[in-house]
Design a protein around this ligand. Structure first.
Ligand code: ZN
Length: 416
C-alpha cells in the first residue's frame, strides 16, 4: 500500500454516511476505504466515529466591514447603510491609504481566523469601494489572500462603480478581480451623496453583464434586497443569464423580494422555475435579513421553495458585527442552525439538505474544482465532534480538526 501523509481513521464520511478511513497524500485525498493500516501513515488522526465533511464555504461575506459595529442598533437596511457610510467617513477622514489598508488587514484577520477554526476553507467576500476607502479594501484583501493562502481560499467580489471604473478595469486586467459584484436596486443620490433603494435596476444589471462578457468573469449580484414585494430585478437577471449563456456563472444574493408579503404567487412560481432552468444560484443571508427586515414585510428569501425547484441555494454569513448586523461569528453551523429554525427544517432529512447549503452548493457558486470527500478531491476537510450531520447542526458541534489542502490548520478551535 502506498504511503499516505495523513490518515484519518474511522470517520463518518458525509455525504456517503459510511464509516471509512481517509488517506491523504500531498494536498489530495488519495484513498477512501474500510481499513487503511496505520503503518502506512505519516500522521494519524483518530476520528473515532466523528463526522467529516468537505470544508465549509462562506460564499457571501463583507469581511472588510466586519467588527465595526457600534452601539446604535438601527434595524432597517437604508438606515444601516447610511450609518455605515457616515461612520466610515468619520473614522477614516484624513488617513493615508497605507494606514487604511493596514487597519482593514488587522481587523479582518480576526474574522478570517474565526472562519478557519470554525471549519470554513473558502470564502467569497464583497468589497466596499467608497470615496473614503478608494480601492483600499481590495488591496487589503490581496494581502489577506497571501497571508492566509495555506489556511483558506479567499475570493473577492468587486462592483464597478462609475467613479472608479478606470481603477476597476486596471485591477481586472491584472487578474485581481475574481467575481463582479453589483447593487442594481441601490443608487447614490447625486445631490445628497446618500444611498436610495428601489431605483431603476436595468442600467446596472446591463453594465454588470457587459463587464462579465468583456473580462470573462462570473457575477455575484445583490438582488431585490429591498422593502418592496417586487422581484422584477431577479427576473431580469435570470433573463440576462439565459440571453448571455451564463448558466452556472451568476449568483443572486438576498432576493428578499421573494420573502415579502403581498407578492403574486404565480409570479413567484414562474420566477423560481426560470431561476432553476437557466442555472442562476441564490444565496440566502438568513440571519442578516432577519435582523434587517422591516416590520415583517420583508425577510429571508424562500430557501425551501427554491431548493425544491432545483435551484442551487446557499446560506452565508453576510455581515459580521458591523452596522448592518451586530451579530455573527464566522460560523456556518451557527448560520445553518438559525436558518433551520427560521425555515422550519426540523427533520433529519431536511437538516442534511440544509448542510449542502454551506458545503456543496456554495462550492458550486464559488466555482471550486475538486470539492468533496472522494479520491482525487482537494483535502479541504472538517471533522466535527458529532456522529452525523443533523447532530452537528443541532449542537453546533465543536470542530476537532480543520484541514486545508492536506495540512491541519486548526485543532479544537485554535489555529495551528
Ligand atoms: Zn450582502
Amino acid at each position: 500500500m502506498e504511503k499516505v501523509d495523513i490518515l484519518i481513521k474511522g470517520a463518518v464520511v458525509y455525504p456517503l454516511n459510511r464509516k471509512l478511513d481517509i488517506g491523504i497524500v500531498g494536498n489530495k485525498i488519495a484513498v477512501l476505504q474500510n481499513e487503511i493500516s496505520k503503518e502506512s501513515a505519516g500522521q494519524v488522526i483518530d476520528a473515532d466515529g466523528c463526522v467529516v465533511s468537505p470544508g465549509f464555504v462562506d460564499s457571501h461575506m463583507h469581511i472588510d466591514k466586519s467588527l465595526t459595529a457600534n452601539e446604535d442598533d438601527t434595524t432597517d437596511l437604508l438606515s444601516a447603510h447610511i450609518r455605515s457610510l457616515k461612520e466610515n467617513a468619520r473614522v477614516y477622514s484624513g488617513w493615508s491609504k497605507d494606514a487604511i489598508v493596514d487597519e482593514i488587514v488587522e481587523r479582518t484577520s480576526k474574522v478570517v481566523e474565526k472562519c478557519i477554526v470554525n471549519g470554513t476553507t473558502a470564502i467569497k467576500t464583497h468589497v466596499l469601494i467608497t470615496d473614503d476607502w478608494d480601492m483600499c479594501a481590495l488591496d487589503a484583501l490581496e494581502i489577506l489572500k497571501r497571508k492566509y493562502q495555506h489556511s483558506i481560499s479567499i475570493y473577492n467580489i468587486v462592483p464597478c462603480i462609475p467613479a472608479y471604473e478606470r481603477e476597476w478595469r486596471m485591477y481586472a486586467e491584472q487578474g485581481k478581480i475574481d467575481f463582479i459584484g453589483a447593487y442594481p436596486n441601490c443608487t447614490t443620490n447625486l445631490f445628497t451623496g446618500l444611498p436610495e433603494y428601489d431605483c431603476n435596476y436595468v442600467p446596472a444589471v446591463d453594465f454588470a453583464f457587459q463587464l462579465a462578457k468583456e473580462y470573462h468573469l462570473p457575477l455575484d449580484i445583490h438582488c431585490d434586497e429591498s422593502d418592496s414585494n417586487d422581484i422584477s430585478c431577479f427576473r431580469y437577471i435570470i433573463e440576462k443569464t439565459a440571453e448571455s449563456n451564463m448558466a452556472g456563472f451568476v449568483t443572486c444574493g438576498h432576493v428578499t423580494g421573494l420573502g415579502a408579503r403581498g407578492i403574486d404567487e404565480d409570479d413567484v412560481y414562474d420566477a423560481i422555475a426560470n431561476c432553476s432552468k437557466y442555472g442562476v444560484s441564490v444565496t440566502s443571508l438568513t440571519s442578516c435579513n432577519m435582523y434587517l427586515m422591516e416590520s415583517g414585510r420583508r425577510g429571508p428569501t424562500r430557501v425551501e421553495q427554491l431548493m425544491d425547484a432545483g435551484v442551487n441555494v446557499s446560506i452565508a454569513s453576510d455581515n459580521i458585527r458591523d452596522p448592518f448586523r451586530p451579530f455573527g461569528n464566522g460560523d456556518l453551523l451557527e448560520e445553518a442552525l438559525l436558518t433551520a429554525q427560521v425555515h422550519k427544517f426540523g427533520t433529519r432529512e431536511k437538516l442534511c439538505k440544509l448542510f449542502r447549503m454551506i458545503t456543496y452548493n456554495p462550492a458550486k457558486n464559488t466555482l471550486l474544482d475538486n470539492y468533496g470527500v472522494m479520491p482525487g478531491c482537494t483535502a479541504d476537510l472538517v471533522i466535527m465532534k458529532a456522529p452525523d450531520i443533523p447532530e452537528a447542526i443541532l449542537s453546533k458541534a465543536k470542530r476537532a480538526y480543520v484541514l486545508k489542502a492536506g495540512k491541519i490548520v486548526a485543532k479544537d478551535g485554535k489555529m495551528l
